[in-house]
Design a protein around this ligand. Structure first.
Ligand SMILES: Nc1ncnc2c1ncn2[C@@H]1O[C@H](COP(=O)(O)OP(=O)(O)OP(=O)(O)O)[C@@H](O)[C@H]1O
Length: 341
């Protein structure tokens, strides 16, 4: 996206009464993911803390954004939500059901959670014609007789702005934007209620990014699908999400309505992310979030207390001593920072 951030472009939140009335579609509580890593054959195994006790919920039909620097754990959260990765601890509830095990109920509900990947080229089978890739979930979940699948794929192609004559092409015969449209059609084929979109536009040319985002917004409006939208890019998130969670080194440091958080960020990390945006050149790849000073510490050995404290210009002695509790701010955002104790 080549626009500076404008909090006013964020879709307005649903009014409070609507929000209270609706149970969350997705409820994540105290989710933890640790990977066991070993550097070298004889090195001892170590725990890498990719996601540390995060909680969030996504309401039916809303777009919830997860944002943060590369390596902060966003993809790992998305992969746990879609069942590609198993949590170390914590719970993921979808429509009230805890998504563990392989019961029929869990399997049926998994169909309703689909994923759009960053790199549509890598996520499509190069040996299949694209219509066959889109039809795979229809066959896999036995959603309709095989004879009807091609007609359904044709409908999906039309929905995502592709022509029927493109159905028999192979992925390499399409442009990046067209391949991402195929990826979106494939996610829609399973009739989802929630789509985890993992950096869906960051591999695309800037000129194509807006087209794909507009398509995602159109689908959202037409079909009422909720998105868990993972991105590095604040300007993308400002454009598409109603609520946002800012992640830093495996933890959520600030969460709230997108407009409120972008207008008046409270956490020093969020403030730095936002401050870096207008200074960027718009045409280059540094459009992504520019990290604050210093390197991102290793999740193999995360800092004590507040994980952001070694890079924080407001750091105080208590910041390295204890992890801050989450506090609700006057603008409704929830923030973890000792400045607000
Ligand atoms: N399978 C794995 N085994 C070991 N470490 C992993 C694995 N997957 C992710 N990690 C590590 O977990 C941390 C979080 O990675 P993750 O991909 O979730 O971050 P991210 O914010 O999505 O970053 P990016 O945008 O670069 O994908 C990183 O340090 C990463 O190296």
């Amino acid at each position: 996206m080549n626009k500076p951030i404008n909090p006013e472009t964020a879709p307005p939140p649903a009014d409070d009464d609507d929000q209270r009335a609706e149970a969350p579609l997705l409820q994540i509580d105290d989710l933890v993911k640790q990977f066991t890593v070993r550097r070298g054959l004889f090195a001892r195994a170590r725990k890498l803390s990719a996601v540390n006790e995060i909680s969030l919920n996504v309401r039916p039909g809303e777009t919830f954004a997860l944002i943060g620097e590369s390596g902060c754990g966003k993809t790992t959260v998305g992969r746990m939500v879609t069942g590609l990765e198993k949590p170390t601890a914590g719970t993921i509830r979808y429509r009230g059901t805890e998504m563990v095990g392989r019961s029929q109920r869990v399997t049926d509900l998994r169909r309703e959670i689909q994923m759009i990947f960053q790199d549509p080229y890598a996520s499509l089978n190069p040996r299949l014609r694209v219509w066959e890739s889109v039809a795979e979930p229809i066959f896999g979940f036995r959603l309709m007789p095989k004879s009807a699948a091609r007609g359904r794929v044709e409908e999906l192609f039309s929905l995502v702005g592709l022509r029927p004559d493109q159905m028999d092409r192979f992925p390499h015969e399409l442009s990046g934007g067209q391949r991402q449209r195929v990826g979106i059609a494939r996610a829609l084929a399973a009739d989802p209620k929630l789509i985890v979109a993992d950096e869906p536009v960051s591999a695309l040319d800037v000129s194509i990014q807006a087209q794909i985002l507009n398509l995602m917004r159109k689908i959202h409006g037409q079909l009422g699908i909720a998105y868990l939208f993972i991105s590095h890019d604040l300007s993308v998130v400002a454009h598409i999400s109603t609520r946002i969670a800012v992640m830093y080194l495996g933890e959520i440091v600030e969460t709230g309505e997108t407009r409120a958080v972008l207008r008046n960020p409270q956490h020093p990390y969020t403030q730095e992310l936002l401050a870096s945006v207008p200074r960027r050149r718009v045409s280059d790849r540094s459009e992504r979030v520019r990290p604050p000073k210093g390197d991102l510490p290793s999740p193999l050995d995360p800092p004590s207390g507040c994980r952001f404290h070694p890079r924080c210009r407001h750091a105080m002695p208590e910041c390295s001593a204890s992890a801050p509790a989450q506090r609700e701010m006057p603008n409704g955002a929830r923030v973890r920072c000792h400045l607000y104790d």
